[in-house]
Ligand binder design. Structure first.
Ligand code: HEM
Ligand code: HEM
Length: 226
């Protein structure tokens, strides 16, 4: 499967980054909600460290994704998509990109304001704080992190629902072309289609340039000696 997207298909890099980020957001959301409810005992530090490291990974992947998008062509919407729906989808995607940055950045901001422990990326190296410690702003940053997360959940649910509407109501390729390993199928279908289209065009061309009634066409059809 080609790495780059084209006007009909998503490439493997865009698909991998999309589904990897979806998976990590699910893990992060669950981990975040569970860890804040745990009793304040030393063992929870491991959960917090893991949550922060996975969160920073999402931030890096979001940056990689946006960077890759700048060089990767974006597939066009299926021709049947109404203009208002295409505009809505683009606005939704822009909001998702924004939240993919805002959620981890707000977590990092909260962590820096609280300044409880240094932030280690999977125990490998220290990540510097985003702001100077400020206990007065902590509650606001914590609330922002939580509410931005719920906004991301709401927008992502609407986005996933639209993907299912495309799949089961509009019955177009919007979802299937984003699924892993579907490119070969789509490509062979497209190839079959373009082959049959060129065969039809060729037939039309022959029929228009050599009309059946013309003497040339007639003599071409006549059996030798008849
Ligand atoms: C996509 C990335 C992230 C998601 C989806 C996410 C999600 C969450 C969620 C759902 C909570 C629980 C909120 C609550 O109910 O109070 C939480 C808490 C927390 N998150 Fe994140 N988070 C992400 C990234 C980060 C990052 C990068 C950091 C820090 C570097 C971070 C630091 C924290 C901390 C410290 C808490 C605990 C807040 C408290 O003690 O009340 N998060 N996160
Ligand atoms: C946290 C969850 C999710 C996030 C943050 C997210 C984000 C995005 C973004 C930003 C795009 C636009 C890609 C671009 O134009 O560069 C996109 C495309 C897409 N996403 Fe998601 N997504 C999520 C979950 C899902 C789910 C659960 C589904 C399916 C059930 C899905 C299906 C799709 C499809 C089909 C496209 C391609 C749309 C098109 O071709 O116009 N996404 N997603």
């Amino acid at each position: 499967m080609p790495l780059k997207s084209d006007l009909q298909h998503w490439g493997s890099v865009a698909k991998t980054l999309h589904w990897l980020v979806v998976l990590l957001i699910l893990v992060q959301g669950a981990l975040g909600l569970v860890m804040v409810g745990l009793p304040k005992k030393p063992f929870i530090l491991a959960f917090y460290s893991l949550h922060k490291s996975i969160g920073m990974t999402v931030l890096i992947l979001a940056a990689l994704r946006l960077g890759w998008r700048a060089f990767d062509p974006r597939p066009q919407e299926p021709a049947s998509t109404p203009h208002w729906q295409a505009l809505g989808a683009r606005a939704g995607h822009a909001l998702l990109y924004l939240l993919l940055f805002a959620v981890p950045l707000s977590g990092w901001w909260f962590d820096s304001l609280a300044a409880l422990r240094p932030l280690y990326f999977f125990g490998l190296f220290e990540i510097p704080p985003l702001a100077t410690p400020n206990p007065g702003m902590k509650a606001f940053a914590r609330g922002a992190h939580e509410w931005l997360f719920w906004l991301l959940v709401a927008v992502a649910l609407g986005h996933a629902a639209m993907a299912f509407v495309h799949q089961f109501i509009c019955k177009d390729s919007t979802l299937s072309r984003m699924l892993p390993g579907r490119r070969t199928l789509a490509t062979s279908a497209a190839t079959r289609m373009s082959e049959s289209t060129s065969a039809t065009l060729e037939k039309l061309h022959v029929e228009r340039t050599i009309p059946a009634a013309s003497p040339v066409a007639g003599s071409a059809r006549r059996k030798p000696g008849a």
